[in-house]
Design a protein around this ligand. Structure first.
Ligand code: AR6
Length: 340
């Protein structure tokens, strides 16, 4: 199978048969990598593009490379990220597939891709990397005519995302943008439904999601309640999340969840080590949390991670629902797992 390379660099300088351009539907140039390619290729590229009649999202068209070292430019139009429910993932996969298909039809043996849609178009980088890599790998399994595919990353974040992905490592990112908040809210809905319905019932789960784990509620917690949210990615898929709140000497761990199919991959330990290092940065002496008394699995998991049961708490959480939890504590000075 063809060699896949991950490099950091300027795609306009690569010596390959074809470079891919992350264009827009007009194909008449723009900013980002599109602007850089047009500048480096010269006016003739724009003239060639004018004859193409634009291009649909997810599709690709080819021109010569003109002044570029690369002989060809394959122009593809990535999707604008709009929350993830508008076929963005399908469209992005299609960009990689269609570009490779054009390459294959034109005897192109070496091709370089930028990180399509991850700039102005706002596609989350972790997910884009996973789609890019998976789609390319799949295409290459029955296209031996292509000898080399380069993922040309321009920014440090994309480079480390690709590198971590191929090394199978978990990545933890701070949740800041509306897109990241949406991803946490989606994960929360999945996790709370799969996990809490048997413990607290569907009605209370719906109430909790709406009031505490909707995108709106999470945005408010981050903005006005000083809570910190983190997303855990594994193989570039959103796999869990963490919410912490500094409270004086302690760090309150409000939420720490891993989705079902990712449990057992060591993400709990990685997440906890991250929380401990954040607690140390904030000068906290302990991590505290509460767990529903009937949540046997979580109680066991926290016990295994070194937390001690310190009592219980009963509180009214509104709409007639009552929280009945154990409190737990991990003294981080005397019990600090090493960083992994
Ligand atoms: N070499 C390689 N990658 C680059 C370079 C370069 N010289 N310059 C930027 N990148 P973007 P999109 C990376 O915004 O999100 C244009 O205006 C950049 O770090 O170029 O698909 C088009 O005309 C990022 O990771 O493309 C469209 O209107 C990646 O290229 C729109 O932007 C893609 O970022 C397309 O948006």
């Amino acid at each position: 199978m063809a060699k896949i390379e991950i490099i950091r660099g300027d795609i306009t300088r690569l010596n390959v048969d074809a470079i891919v351009n992350a264009a827009n539907r007009s194909l008449l140039g723009g900013g980002g990598v599109d602007g850089a390619i047009h500048r480096a290729a010269g006016q003739e590229l724009l003239e060639a593009c004018e004859l193409l009649n634009g291009c649909d999202t997810g599709d690709a068209k080819m021109t010569p490379g003109f002044k570029l070292t690369a002989k060809h430019v394959i122009h593809t139009v990535g999707p604008v990220w709009n929350g993830g429910k508008n076929r963005e993932k399908e469209m992005l996969a299609s960009c990689y597939r269609q570009s490779l298909q054009i390459a294959s039809n034109n005897s192109i043996r070496t091709i370089a891709f930028p990180n399509i849609s991850t700039g102005v178009y706002g596609f989350p980088k972790q997910e884009a990397a996973f789609i890019a890599y998976e789609t390319v790998q799949l295409f290459l399994t029955d296209h031996s005519e292509i000898e080399k595919v380069i993922f040309c990353c321009f920014d440090e974040e994309n480079l480390s995302t690709y590198n971590n992905m191929v090394c199978n490592k978990a990545i933890i990112i701070s949740v800041q943008s509306a897109t990241e908040i949406e991803i946490v809210a989606d994960l929360a809905t999945t996790i709370w439904n799969e996990y809490y319905v048997p413990i607290i019932g569907k009605e209370q789960v719906n109430y909790m999601i709406k009031n505490f784990q909707s995108a709106e509620a999470i945005g408010r917690q981050i903005k006005t309640e000083k809570q910190e949210y983190y997303l855990i990615y594994h193989l570039a898929e959103p796999s869990g999340y963490i919410c912490i709140k500094p409270t004086g000497d302690d760090l309150f761990l409000s939420k720490f969840y891993i989705i079902k199919e990712k449990r057992g991959a060591g993400l709990g330990k990685t997440g906890l080590n991250f929380i401990i290092s954040r607690a140390k940065e904030l000068g906290a002496n302990a991590i505290t949390l509460t767990v529903n008394k009937n949540n046997i699995n979580s109680l066991k998991a926290y016990d295994k991670l070194g937390f001690k049961n310190t009592g219980s708490v009963v509180a009214d959480i509104g709409a007639g629902f009552v929280m009945d939890d154990y409190t737990m504590r991990l003294d981080i000075k005397s019990n600090s797992p090493s960083r992994v």
